[in-house]
Design a binder for this molecule. Structure first.
Ligand code: ZN
Length: 280
């Protein structure tokens, strides 16, 4: 199953077309895309059995984030060995670095992003998991049952602010407006042959800069949920950015950052793509 946020309304995506959930369910489910995660099991069983009308045409430019207002966004650093190496850090053991992307940075999949003045703005394509059932002290073997679905995320990062000062400012440097695009929709885990092995990539102006597979994650989606939920409860609708593979701009020689006019396309196999255009 695929769900989307079409112009702020929850939609089921069927054969590439959008079925409005509030209308199709005669008001049983709210149009609010974030609210669905509170009743995820009930929604899934309704959607599995519902007689759905033919959907409306879907323009990706009208899509918002499939989780537009999570109570918590947890983002993971150094979760691919090749990215830890290019960043000059050891591969984390036990628990990877965790930061947040503040909720005001979240957008839909097709956006224009303003480059912060004086900054070095960089790309990080990531698989994003959205929680569908409260997870507290969850075992790794049970973790996938707490995931509503997967989507594509870009952990856009302004490196000057991220790295200034005596301790890194990961959360602020990665939370400028528009720095957390997600989408184009949420795909439930059962849709994938293997949700733990998905190709992800991103390209700047058509030139591939990152290419990886989520099977190379140091901490897989289930491992992250187990380790995070051992510390704090993960709530329905919470978002987990799982980390980025090698190929970010700051890890290149020479370093390379985004400029006005650049177009960044990010994708995950079996989900779809994001498209960000950068402006001064
Ligand atoms: Zn990241």
């Amino acid at each position: 199953m695929r769900i989307a946020n079409l112009s702020g309304r929850l939609a089921l995506v069927v054969d590439g077309r959008a079925v409005d959930v509030e209308q199709a369910s005669c008001g049983r489910f709210s149009a609010d895309p974030q609210a669905v995660y509170e009743r995820w099991e009930e929604f899934r069983s309704w959607a599995a059995g519902a007689e759905l009308p033919t959907g409306a045409a879907l323009d990706p430019a009208d899509l918002g984030s499939p989780a537009p207002a999570p109570r918590q966004t947890l983002a993971i650093g150094l979760n691919y060995r090749d990215h830890a190496a290019e960043s000059g850090f050891a591969v984390p053991e036990g628990l990877p670095p965790v930061f947040t992307k503040f909720v005001t940075s979240i957008t839909g999949p097709v956006t224009e992003v303003k480059l912060p003045a004086g900054g070095d703005t960089d790309w990080e394509v990531e698989l994003v998991a959205v929680i569908g059932r409260r997870a507290e002290g969850v075992r790794e073997a049970d973790a996938w049952s707490h995931v509503a679905g997967l989507t594509v995320g870009q952990d856009i990062s302004e490196r000057v602010l991220q790295l200034v000062g005596p301790a890194p400012q990961f959360s602020l440097g990665k939370s400028h407006p528009g720095f957390a695009p997600m989408g184009p929709w949420l795909v439930t885990p059962d849709e994938f042959d293997d949700p733990d092995d998905l190709a992800l990539r991103c390209a700047v102006n058509g030139e591939e800069v990152q290419k990886g597979r989520t099977s190379d994650l140091v901490f897989s989606v289930p491992a992250l949920i187990a380790r995070l939920s051992a510390v704090l409860p993960l709530l329905p609708g919470d978002v987990v950015f799982t980390g980025t593979p090698a190929g970010v701009g700051i890890g290149r020689d020479p370093r390379r950052f985004l400029n006005p006019g650049d177009v960044l396309v990010s994708s995950v196999e079996g989900i779809g793509e994001l498209r960000q255009t950068f402006v001064a």
